[in-house]
Design a protein around this ligand. Structure first.
Ligand SMILES: C[S@@+](CC[C@H](N)C(=O)[O-])C[C@H]1O[C@@H](n2cnc3c(N)ncnc32)[C@H](O)[C@@H]1O
Length: 792
């Protein structure tokens, strides 16, 4: 990339840097023309698309090597490593579905199934046996292993069928004896079980009914462009929108850990793409959806299995067919990335995502051209004019490279022209503004019962980004730092839920990241400018709110005064909000009144009063209530010393070892912070939270509980008390209360349940499985804890 960039002549670079969307066809044509005459460019495209050089090809000898390593580990009883080696071998092994007798892939699946059975993963073992049988339906060992797994799962009737088929397929007499012995076990157990032996796989959890979605209307407003508005009143916790992505891609850092189609965590029996060694999937269904290929084996009587009764023939057909049914009209998103090309491995995710969108448009093309379809289908906003010059140049270059890579798959359907490239440049900037990060909750480790110390979780619940996706309708929700809706993901489906009662005709606004209570106005605005190139016009950034006044404020020097002292940058932002309010004469009186009422409603009247008493003068360094002066330079220097002490405590917590001197220092520093910062400053909440974790680790649970409460009390001033951030903190509190046997735990649990269902509806327990553990822990007999306890 850098080489191509530096090869571009200065004059052309300047043109591109300054280009507007209208000038794109011309700048794209010029760059395209320049690259067509540049040998370096042709070499780069060749390297990215030459199957002979591909890093992603299947490799028989590497697969064999991994298999042998797996066998070695297995024979030594090292089953976890055997599992890893067999998985690696499966990823690399070419799939030759014509070789049915002793197919190496089928052998690998059975080997992995054996390792899975050894580590107790029976369902995974069963699935791998079925996969082996899809490749080689008369593979006696696979039926045998399947039968054994079914016995362990208590599914004796299935086990008897598997073993009978295995017996028929097996040719050696020693093999037959082994199968017969296992068959006798299954028959005995089935007799003993009576009707319960008929049990089928009950692994599928019931999907709760989803309520009807709310009626939405897309309207245009001068400040934010198009946005989504509700037609009727929307009650709290209603599902307002649900959508599958137009296109999606797993993030590079999650390639080895999450399914490339649904983005769920990969199970131990993950499978790979049939044609290349890059994507990994959690199931046959995801593999099929993404790759569009399937072991297409309609079962016809195989010689070895001839003469079996009809019911067993049907059973074989069921197992061999699997449960993958391709949807009609489905477009496989990975197919074009897969013929030995390795550009999808090298190019940035958003460029590969643009490729997936373009391919979908090509595949959906009915009568119109690709270019006009691209505009019609993806009528999304973009930020091209606001992009930094270097990004404009990079988008030009990546668009040209992408179109050339795609041409190896689509030759005639994809014309390479300045216009085509210009549409791709716009598509890349649309992706930047409109794509959503698909997130998953990082599951905390749930440890054993509370009376078996050494169990732990104090850290906050983290959301990790696993994918990037474009939702066409979902892109029309604007941002607010005080959102009234919340987005979450199940698999790759977007769900949007109302977090409060919303009046008919109101705009439904999501948070693109920063929220009131999390950061101050200046930091929120900065992030939105940097990532999305817009100046936020939401109510959180244009109306006064207590949180923004106190979150980073200093304490008044006068004893007992709760007024805030702001530094000059924050004061500037808050003054701006006041100015907006005072400059709007028509709404002045009612709007000001409403805002002041809201501030009072926050139940910290002392802070709210500062707005009245300052005569609308928000002077930095002076208390907004009494005017007392604070030297902010000295205060800043004092708090930065505190920072290093907090850092030492955090490091100690991370190492699970908190020496007493570090804990005592942290206590002193937190006291010092209280003398400098406003009592509702977020840094005090963070210090209290660290102390809670540290006290927990040293086994002083009551002290931990007190600091945890102190932290939550501050956060409740910064956020709405029903905000999910408070819900997350309450989880820590509840787990501590349960540990010390505090009866207030049940109140905390009720609040947690209410908050999580506002944000996640009936999916809360599925997304946060530890909520179930926490609920179970209320029952003394089953107590578990999520909080870290003193190590034994
Ligand atoms: C994902 S799109 C939302 C739909 C967009 N308004 C449209 O007309 O297509 C994001 C863009 O909407 C605008 N936007 C969203 N929230 C905004 C806000 N709070 N203040 C100002 N502009 C906003 C910005 O132009 C941003 O780049």
């Amino acid at each position: 990339m850098e080489k191509l960039k530096s090869a571009v002549p200065e004059v052309l670079k300047q043109e591109i840097w300054k280009s507007t969307p209208a000038e794109l066809p011309s700048t794209c044509s010029s760059l395209l023309d320049f690259f067509h005459h540049l040998p370096q460019f042709h070499q780069m495209v060749k390297d990215l698309t030459d199957p002979a050089m591909a890093l992603c090809c299947k490799d028989q000898s590497a697969a064999l090597e991994a298999k042998l390593k797996g066998n070695e580990c297995f024979s030594k009883g090292d089953y976890p490593n055997a599992l890893l080696s067999y998985s690696q071998a499966l990823r690399l092994a070419p799939v030759d579905i014509d070789d049915m007798e002793k197919n190496p892939v089928a052998v690998l699946y059975v080997n992995r199934a054996s390792a899975l059975q050894k580590v107790g993963l029976l369902l995974e073992c069963l699935r791998d046996c079925s996969r082996a049988l899809r490749v080689s339906p008369n593979y006696a060992k696979a039926w045998f292993r399947r039968g054994k797994a079914n016995i362990s799962l208590g599914k004796f009737e299935d086990a008897i069928r598997d073993l009978n088929i295995s017996l028929k397929a097996e040719i050696s007499s020693s093999g037959k004896r082994q199968i017969e012995a296992e068959l006798n076990v299954a028959l005995d157990k089935n007799k003993g079980m009576g009707s319960s032996g008929k049990k089928r796989n009950q692994n599928f959890s019931e999907v709760p009914d989803e309520p009807d979605q709310v009626k939405l209307r897309c309207l245009f407003k001068k400040t934010k462009g198009r946005g989504m508005f509700c037609v009727d009143d929307v009650s709290e916790a209603s599902l307002v929108h649900k959508e599958d992505p137009y296109a999606a891609i797993v993030l590079k850092k999650c390639r080895e850990t999450h399914c490339h189609f649904c983005f769920n965590e990969l199970p131990a029996d993950a499978i790979s793409c049939l044609s290349c060694s890059i994507p990994l999937y959690c199931s046959d269904q995801c593999q099929l959806q993404a790759g569009g290929q399937k072991f297409d084996r309609s079962f016809t009587n195989f010689k070895a299995l001839e003469g079996l009764p009809d019911d067993l023939q049907n059973y074989i057909s069921d197992v061999v067919a699997g449960n993958s049914t391709p949807e009609t009209g489905h477009i496989a998103e990975h197919r074009h990335e897969c013929l030995g090309f390795h550009w999808p491995l090298i190019l940035p995710s958003e460029v590969v995502l643009a490729g997936r969108i373009l391919v979908k448009v090509i595949e959906q093309k009915k009568h119109a051209s690709v270019v006009s379809n691209l505009i019609r289908i993806l009528d999304l906003s973009h930020n091209y004019p606001q992009l930094p010059p270097e990004s404009k140049l990079e988008m030009h270059i990546y668009s040209i490279i992408l179109v050339h890579c795609l041409q190896h798959f689509y030759t005639t359907e994809l014309p390479i022209s300045g216009i085509m490239i210009s549409k791709l440049v716009i598509l890349l900037s649309q992706i930047q503004v409109n794509s959503m990060a698909v997130v998953r909750v990082q599951a905390p480790e749930v440890r054993g019962p509370v009376y078996e110390p050494g169990n732990a979780l104090t850290s906050s619940l983290e959301q990790v980004k696993v994918g990037q996706a474009v939702y066409v309708a979902g892109s029309l929700f604007n941002h607010s730092c005080r959102p009234n809706i919340h987005a979450y993901f199940l698999s790759r489906t977007l769900y949007v839920q109302a977090t409060e009662y919303i009046l008919a005709g109101s705009e439904l606004e999501l948070s693109y990241g920063p929220q009131v209570g999390q950061w101050d106005c200046k930091d929120r605005q900065q992030l939105l400018e940097d990532h999305y190139s817009f100046t936020c016009q939401c109510t959180g950034c244009s109306e006064l709110n207590v949180s923004d006044l106190v979150i980073n404020a200093y304490r008044c020097t006068k004893p007992n005064c709760l007024g805030v002292i702001l530094d000059s940058t924050i004061a500037r932002y808050e003054k701006q909000k006041l100015k907006l309010l005072l400059d709007a004469p028509a709404v002045y009186s009612s709007s000001l009144h409403k805002q002041i009422e809201k501030l009072k409603g926050a139940n910290i009247n002392e802070v709210a009063r500062c707005i009245f008493q300052s005569d609308y003068k928000l002077e930095p360094q002076n208390c907004l209530v009494c005017g007392s002066y604070r030297d902010l330079e000295a205060s800043c220097a004092a708090t930065s010393q505190v920072d290093s002490c907090c850092k030492r405590l955090q490091d100690a917590i991370a190492s699970n070892e908190v020496p007493n001197n570090i804990l005592q220092d942290a206590l002193r520093c937190t006291d010092l912070l209280r003398t400098i910062l406003h009592p509702f400053n977020k840094r005090i909440a963070e210090a209290e939270d660290n102390l809670a974790q540290a006290f927990c680790l040293v086994g002083e649970l009551q002290a931990a509980l007190d600091h945890c409460k102190a932290s939550i009390q501050i956060l409740e001033k910064l956020y709405d008390p029903n905000h999910i951030a408070i819900g997350n903190e309450l989880i820590k509190l509840a787990s501590l209360q349960i540990l010390v046997g505090d009866s207030a735990a049940s109140d905390s649990m009720s609040r947690i349940t209410a908050i999580f269902s506002r944000y996640y509806g009936s999916h809360a327990d599925d997304i946060y499985p530890f909520l179930r553990h926490l609920k179970a822990s209320q029952d003394v007999d089953k107590r578990v804890t999520l909080y870290p306890l003193k190590a034994q």
